[in-house]
Design a protein. Structure first.
Length: 187
């Protein structure tokens, strides 16, 4: 894994390079590509807070993500997933109130599904979390019908912690069974 920082502070803009991808902070410059996949109802069918119905919703999300990167101690990190200079998805890390654990989540433009990009990006973000943030545990959750995300969690070495949770979709009147996976980064 290769990290390039614009400034010595670990919380400043962080760029990560993997074998096929580049990860960098999401920004307002990503508005068109993020809105494309985050407003697509098929692409977001297992996302609790999506789809975005307006460009303004997407702009607000990106504004918040950009502002968070500038903080001395961000409570979350939203990375853009870049393939061949094209932003194809996003992966986020949300730190809990203890500062020792985080939840990871991802979304990928459906045109790029089934190529291992999210698994590759998630491994890189987990390494970033372990090496730079010194986190102890990573949690991921998915709708029990979302076989693709569950497969990614298993590839990451995560183990099923709770298979009896529920999730409510904010933008539609639906509740579904939720799976929670965990990955211990240190004992």
């Amino acid at each position: 894994m290769h990290y390039d920082t614009d400034r010595p502070n670990r919380h400043e803009k962080m760029n990560i390079k993997t074998q096929r991808l580049a990860l960098r902070p999401l920004s307002l410059n990503d508005l068109a590509t993020v809105h494309k996949y985050s407003s697509d109802s098929e692409n977001t069918k297992y996302m609790i807070r999506l789809p975005n119905e307006t460009l303004e919703e997407t702009r607000e999300f990106l504004t918040n993500a950009e502002a968070e990167w500038k903080k001395a101690n961000p409570s979350f990190y939203e990375f853009a997933v870049i393939l061949d200079n094209v932003q194809i998805g996003g992966i986020g890390l949300y730190i809990d109130e203890t500062g020792a654990n985080a939840e990871i989540g991802w979304i990928l433009d459906k045109a790029y599904h089934n190529n291992g990009y999210i698994t590759e990006a998630a491994f890189a973000v987990i390494e970033f979390a372990k090496e730079n943030l010194h986190l102890r545990k990573i949690v991921a959750q998915c709708d029990s019908r979302n076989a693709a995300s569950e497969k990614v969690m298993k590839k990451l070495g995560m183990t099923l912690y709770d298979g009896n949770g529920t999730r409510t979709y904010i933008k539609r009147d639906e509740t579904a069974k939720e799976l929670t996976y965990i990955l211990l980064l240190c004992e």
